[in-house]
Design a protein around this ligand. Structure first.
Ligand SMILES: Cc1ncc(COP(=O)(O)O)c(C=O)c1O
Length: 440
């Protein structure tokens, strides 16, 4: 008997998806090129989210596709442990060259979640290696998103991702307060004025737990998945200073903010704040092949390089760390960023994006608009008793109207292409304006 269901939608348990609603009314894309998707029926959908914060250069870039094809024909796989292949070393050299000075080592993973796990483990193992094994506490931030593995969920601060696992998450984790403050900062253009002092909450944890028990703080320089929360002016500088003063590592989770999203190679560069570790993924390969990386300061790497030379220094790694196909995609992507000056291009588009998104102030149910770099959010008032319903409806209606926009609950999120155009911004926000009226 053929046990396949006739609709064909049942077997796939979709991630972060309302499966039943989706399967009742599926939204499918069948192809992508440039800044657009096509549905299986051939309808055009403008991508206002660069994939899933992934594909800043646009879809279907021939240079990346060709590089992957050539690589697969030459070396499809190389063992990741105790053996190397030339591309991985080349990529690590190119990647660290983009990072702030002193961040000279790259460890490859297959996703942002794995980059976060790797960074947290590096932080703990680093403290161990330098003779401070009691430094085990990890500090995240309310509303932080660091992927879905146990370490990332533990330091993450989104209740829906955490609550089911309460009691089974990592011990010794604390959180800083979120920096969103609608009372003082609603409709800020770029970085909000108020709230740098929220970084001082780290002092509270130092007083309660002792600096000698704290290994690292991890934050997204600009919080993304929770609904785009740019840091208050001066906040990241203050956090860096406090971490340094208390001998605590600072980890920037730049899975979203890396590779031009904030108009520089990394948010670290844009803010002039150098962390000890950077997590990255998404834009590393333009989303073409799954890949992540942790970029580490030289001091971190050096602390591990002890013991007999034949001994493994860090008991961690993935079968697919530095996979040849991912490496080829990443090298081609980094080449395009450089050839096309993509990060400067993003910076140049930022004022038009800011101006256009803020024109929706006053549209029905809009309670805040936030932007930084090419990251933007429109926060909607939740429907009485049905948080998230309005945002989801906007997402669905926008898709039907030919626009791909993401909603996290009632926060609409926007990530134009690094090489996007004013016309696309116009189309994006005029469609959203119309949909907001329709659902009001
Ligand atoms: C800041 C941040 N960290 C980690 C992740 C997890 O990345 P992935 O979904 O590739 O595991 C994401 C994904 O959106 C992210 O935004």
């Amino acid at each position: 008997m053929d046990r396949r269901n006739t609709l064909g939608f049942d077997a796939y348990w979709m991630p972060f998806t309302a499966n039943r609603a989706f399967k009742d009314a599926p939204r499918l894309v069948a192809s992508a090129s440039g800044h657009e998707y096509k549905t299986p029926d051939g309808a055009r959908v403008l991508d206002a989210f660069s994939g899933l914060w992934t594909t800043g250069l646009g879809h279907g870039r021939p240079q990346i596709i060709e590089a992957v094809r050539r690589q697969l024909e030459t070396l499809d796989y190389a063992p990741a442990f105790q053996i190397g292949h030339p591309g991985a070393f080349d990529l690590a050299t190119r990647l660290t060259a983009l990072a702030p000075e002193g961040m000279t080592r790259a460890f490859f993973t297959n996703s942002g979640s794995e980059a976060v796990e790797t960074a947290l483990k590096i932080a703990l193992a680093y403290q161990h290696a330098r003779g401070k094994p009691q430094k085990k506490r990890l500090i995240g931030r309310e509303r932080g998103y660091h992927g879905v593995n146990f370490g990332g969920v533990s330091v993450g601060g989104i209740l829906a991702n955490r609550s089911v696992y309460a009691g089974a998450l990592l011990p010794n984790v604390s959180h800083l307060p979120a920096t969103l403050d609608l009372k003082r900062n609603a409709f800020s253009h770029g970085l909000p004025k108020h709230g740098a002092e929220l970084a001082d909450a780290l002092e509270h944890h130092v007083r309660v737990h002792g600096a000698d028990s704290i290994a690292a703080v991890i934050v997204e320089p600009v919080a993304g998945s929770t609904g785009v929360i740019p840091p208050p002016q001066g906040y990241l500088e203050r956090l860096r200073a406090l971490c340094t003063a208390h001998d605590i590592l600072l980890i920037f989770d730049e899975v979203i903010t890396g590779f031009g999203r904030v108009g520089a190679a990394f948010a670290a560069e844009r803010f002039g704040v150098t962390p000890d570790l950077i997590c990255t993924a998404k834009g590393l390969t333009n989303g073409v092949i799954p890949m992540g990386a942790v970029i580490a300061g030289q001091h971190i790497y050096d602390a591990f390089m002890q013991g007999p030379p034949h001994a493994i220094e860090f008991f961690h790694g993935y079968t697919y760390s530095g996979h040849p196909a991912a490496v080829a995609a990443a090298i081609a992507t980094l080449e395009i960023y450089s050839e096309e000056n993509s990060f400067d291009g993003a910076r140049a588009l930022e004022p038009a994006f800011a101006e256009r998104i803020h024109q929706l102030r006053g549209a029905p149910n809009v309670i805040d608009i936030r932007n930084f770099g090419l990251m933007g959010a429109i926060e909607l008032a939740p429907r009485q008793g049905a948080p998230g319903a309005r945002g989801f409806e906007v997402h669905v209606r926008a898709f039907e109207a030919g626009l791909m926009v993401r909603n996290g609950g009632d926060v609409l999120q926007f990530a134009p292409f690094l090489n996007g155009t004013a016309d696309e911004l116009d189309e994006t926000f005029s469609t959203i304006e119309k949909v907001l009226r329709d659902v009001a």
